[in-house]
Design a protein around this ligand. Structure first.
Ligand SMILES: Nc1ncnc2c1ncn2[C@@H]1O[C@H](COP(=O)(O)OP(=O)(O)OP(=O)(O)O)[C@@H](O)[C@H]1O
Length: 249
């Protein structure tokens, strides 16, 4: 069943830039969708439309049950409050939702453990590594258990080993929670590792040029990352991306 259906969506900014045109897609509840494409193809714009941070200039977004669900966000910058401990950062969305501080912190501590940060509750963001700050950001996004998680190149600034670990842990969380995930990335390798469906986008105007299903089963782990199946899927997606870029050029 689709969580959201987009039909003929376009977005033209006030500057005249046509960031998206003719975008039609269905995002199934519980799916993991990657938006893959070169700079400027409208990935972030599509995420902003899903988030309700911008409105389409043409076409429609229809949410199942008619209302946009609660949404968790993870950006490339973890955007934590520097004056608050990691635990306070994770607890904040719960307190904003009306939970008592003690209950919010208990649940936040549980989520910190789930992202591998047990023992760092009292640490301030500046004392944590980039990867750990990103883990705090993921815990903060998921602590209210939103049905939809939007991620905009969350791991692009991290080193490769840290990025692999976060990919592994994100998949574990998704398998346990089954939120719907929409993940923006420039990386073919990351998109194939994470996603069940990859939407390849091309620029000028931003549009979806291919939709590829990645059928590899769970669990996807270190063994999957070095498998022939993974390499073959990466080749297919790379080719689709190269075709998209050639068409756009
Ligand atoms: N607020 C804005 N006002 C005007 N133009 C914008 C705005 N935001 C994005 N654009 C333009 O719309 C197009 C799509 O931008 P968008 O950021 O959605 O692409 P992207 O695929 O996410 O790129 P990147 O990978 O570089 O983040 C680009 O040409 C961009 O310059």
């Amino acid at each position: 069943m689709s969580l959201v259906a987009l039909r003929g969506v376009a977005k033209r900014y006030a500057t005249g830039t046509l960031a998206l045109e003719g975008v039609s897609l269905d995002i199934a509840r519980g799916d993991f969708v990657a938006l893959l494409g070169p700079s400027g193809c409208g990935k972030s714009t599509l995420l902003r439309l899903l988030a309700g941070l911008a409105d389409p200039t043409a076409g429609s977004l229809s949410w199942q049950g008619t209302a946009r669900p609660e949404i968790g966000f993870v950006f490339q910058e973890p955007t934590l409050m520097p004056w608050a401990t990691a635990l306070r950062n994770v607890a904040l969305p719960l307190e904003l939702a009306g939970l008592r501080r003690r209950d919010a912190e208990a649940r936040a501590a549980d989520w910190m453990a789930r992202v591998g940060l047990a023992g760092f509750e009292r640490s301030y963001p500046r004392a944590l590594s980039g990867g750990m700050r990103m883990r705090v950001s993921i815990a903060r996004a998921l602590v209210t258990r939103p049905p939809l998680l939007l991620m905009d190149e969350p791991f692009a600034a991290l080193d490769e080993i840290t990025r692999f670990r976060l990919n592994d842990d994100l998949l574990r969380l998704w398998e346990a929670e089954r939120f719907t995930a929409v993940f923006v990335t420039h990386s073919v390798f990351e998109s194939v590792f994470l996603a069940r469906r990859i939407l390849v986008m091309a620029p000028r105007p931003g549009r979806i040029v291919a939709a590829l299903d990645i059928t590899a089963p769970s669990p996807r782990d270190g063994a999957f990352r070095t498998s022939g199946e993974y390499a073959a899927q990466c080749r297919t997606v790379s080719q689709a991306l190269a075709d998209a870029m050639a068409e756009a050029a």
